[in-house]
Design a protein around this ligand. Structure first.
Ligand SMILES: *Cc1c(COP(=O)(O)O)cnc(C)c1O
Length: 375
């Protein structure tokens, strides 16, 4: 069924951007008039805003979130902090790109089971996955829920591991003591894919870090590995942040706290109003969750039946994600991993509409009532 056929569509990006349309057009017009279409002030201004927002000394724009992950690990290898074939601990329950960014840098992802309460990597299980070749933990703030705690920090410290954040879904999320996504680990990857909490109008991404050596290396690597025109220190990639996207992202970033508050308000309605014992609502953990997705679970093999019921009642839902990375055909090397919790979650999760421009609090209450009628 097409999205417009639903009374409660999952996400309509035109509506999500409508409040900013005039400012976005103005921002594009300024770049067009500037005559500067690669790098330049629009990119640098957005990078400065992003670093300030996250609380890091640096931000480096790039082409997308996948490249942001890959560039961090490529830089760590160029700096001799890791070597090809080294291992990176990753959550088993994540989007495919988290693992792909590690693999593309020449490193080996080692998946670890999630805590079913938060859906994030279970910090208590990281220690047992550490080997002499482990160099980093890639922590993913899945659905906007911060995935960083004292146990993770302690394990990383004792084994000399780098903590890298996949913060693609989590701009504005924070730990209980106020450390924002992007500033929890040594470096972080952001995606500004259009559906993300700060969405570009195309592809875009960034790396944040307070490690200036790492930031300078990422800066070179995103531009073929060049620090000086026509001189190439590394075999880098072409993954620059487009100035038109950067100018629009500056507009969007200025409103992120309001956007996230809108998502959190919808989550509060769902949390309170969903009372069906067949449906498990998410547990936010401590810290500030920014609800990139509001994900409930429906067990006992009834997930598809539940989604069909919702669709018949006008509610469009989604599944993030139906098949974990280690079960994807391209990850044969991980096919033997036994990760029953991640696999069970993949069969139970259902994402509800949570964009504040597409779903009102009254809509969320009505959606909760429909959920409560599922038998
Ligand atoms: C969106 C996303 C990515 C990839 O971002 P792109 O900009 O699409 O490359 C990586 N990790 C997670 C968790 C994501 O949600």
């Amino acid at each position: 069924m097409p999205a417009h056929a639903y009374r409660y569509p999952f996400l309509d990006l035109g509506r999500a951007n409508a409040p900013y349309a005039e400012s976005l057009k103005q921002a594009c017009a300024e770049v067009i008039d500037s005559g500067r279409y690669i790098s330049g002030p629009a990119v640098e201004e957005f990078e400065a805003d992003l670093a300030r927002y996250c609380g890091t000394s640096r931000a480096v724009g790039c082409g997308n979130g996948l490249d942001a992950i890959r560039l961090i690990f490529m830089a760590a290898i160029e700096l001799g902090r890791m070597h090809p074939g080294d291992e990176v601990i990753v959550p088993a329950n994540t989007y495919f790109a988290s693992l792909l960014g590690v693999s593309q840098a020449g490193l080996r992802p080692v998946p670890v089971e999630p805590d079913p309460a938060t859906h994030n990597i279970d910090s208590r299980l990281i220690e047992a996955a550490v080997t002499p070749r482990t160099r980093a933990i890639l922590t993913v703030h899945l659905y906007g829920c911060p995935a960083f705690d004292a146990i993770m920090a302690d394990t990383a410290h004792r084994h000399g591991l780098m903590i890298v954040e996949d913060a693609a879904q989590a701009i504005g999320a924070a730990t209980a003591d106020g450390r924002r996504a992007g500033a929890m680990g040594h470096a972080a990857a952001f995606s500004f894919y259009p559906t993300k909490n700060v969405g570009a109008l195309g592809d875009a991404g960034a790396v944040t870090t307070s490690d200036t050596v790492l930031a300078d290396t990422v800066l070179a690597l995103r531009n073929y590995g060049s620090r000086r025109l026509y001189h190439f220190d590394y075999k880098g990639i072409n993954s620059r942040l487009d100035p038109i996207q950067a100018a629009m992202l500056r507009v969007k970033l200025a409103h992120i706290d309001d956007e996230n508050e809108g998502r959190r308000a919808l989550a509060v309605v769902y949390d309170r109003a969903i009372t069906n014992p067949l449906i498990v609502t998410p547990q936010p953990g401590d810290g500030r969750h920014v609800y990139h997705q509001y994900v409930v679970r429906c067990a006992d093999g009834r997930r598809d039946e539940f989604r069909d019921f919702m669709a018949r009642n006008g509610v469009e839902t989604a599944v993030h994600y139906p098949l974990p990375p280690h079960r994807q055909p391209c990850y044969q090397e991980l096919a033997a991993c036994r990760l029953p919790i991640a696999e069970r979650l993949a069969g139970e999760v259902v994402s509800l509409p949570v964009n504040p421009h597409c779903t009102t609090e009254a809509d969320a209450a009505a959606i909760a009532n429909i959920i409560n009628d599922f038998r």
